[in-house]
Design a protein around this ligand. Structure first.
Ligand code: ADP
Ligand code: MG
Length: 252
């Protein structure tokens, strides 16, 4: 078997005296879908942000594809600007609150990364952006500004924008949590499409039924540690720990 596309070992992250990730170890195989679940405050967002270097870890090692970074104590030396951008571009992040650029149309939002970071020509970036907007069902909305789009449409633009950077892995942080219930399905359907294409993904989600359906591996976090990890049939349906059972019971 080939090497995992993501390998995290001994990952630690503190905010002041608050240690929110304590020795996280995990591996994601190419094409795997990982659901990251657990109570609020357990460190799920921080873990995704560390993988994308939006937060800088205090210790441990993160490997994404061929690129590996080691963090050592307080003074983490990050790679030079160019390598940092390259490392970051290997994962695409989708946030709960979309984070679209409000002054740009849907099309411009999707073109921005490729043009400014990847130095793709405008013509090529536009063609690709139109293709991606088509893929998320928004060809007709290419020239709309975010404030003229529904939450579900904004999130689909955000997914297209992340895909435009051709990431090796997609990271979703509660991508449907801010949506009205009737808009959740359209976003989950786009994610399901990516699952079918074999995209590697880590999904932080409270959609437990969805996690059971699409995930190869479920990671249950509690208090900054991986409390349980395994296939949905174990972690969701037969968790080992009583507190995992209690947490999941709320979604039944
Ligand atoms: P989750 O996504 O599982 O709800 P988070 O990763 O957002 O959890 O938060 C884990 C812990 O880290 C919480 O105690 C939170 O208050 C703390 N935390 C997260 N981000 C910051 C930050 N930028 N500064 C200080 N504390 C933070
Ligand atoms: Mg969170």
């Amino acid at each position: 078997m080939s090497r995992p596309i993501i390998e995290i070992s001994g990952l630690r992250k503190s905010f002041g005296s608050n240690t929110v990730l304590k020795d996280i170890n995990l591996q994601v195989e190419r094409g795997q879908v990982v659901a990251l679940i657990g109570p609020s405050g357990s460190g799920k967002s921080t873990l995704l942000r560390c993988i994308n270097l939006l937060s800088v870890p205090n210790g441990g090692r993160i490997t994404v594809g061929e690129q590996s970074l080691e963090f050592n104590g307080r003074q983490t030396t990050l790679p030079k600007e160019k390598n940092l951008a390259k490392f970051r571009a290997s994962t695409g992040m989708v946030f709960q609150h979309f984070n679209l650029f409000p002054h740009m149309t849907a099309l411009q939002n999707v073109m921005e990364g490729p043009v400014t970071v990847l130095k793709t020509s405008k013509a090529e970036a536009e063609a690709r952006a139109r293709e991606l907007l088509g893929k998320v069902g928004l060809s007709e909305r290419a020239d709309y500004y975010p404030d003229k789009l529904s939450g579900g449409q904004k999130q689909r633009v955000a997914i297209a924008r992340a895909l435009a950077m051709k990431p090796a892995v997609m990271l979703f942080d509660e991508a449907t949590s801010a949506l009205d219930p009737e808009l959740v399905g359209e976003v989950l359907n786009v994610i399901k499409g990516l699952v079918k294409e074999g995209m590697t993904m880590i999904l932080v989600t409270h959609e437990i039924a969805f996690a059971r359906e699409v995930a190869d591996q479920v990671i249950f976090m509690r208090d900054g540690v991986v409390a349980e990890c395994g296939p949905p049939s174990i972690v969701i349906d037969n968790p080992r720990q009583e507190s995992t059972r209690a947490f999941l019971g709320r979604f039944k």
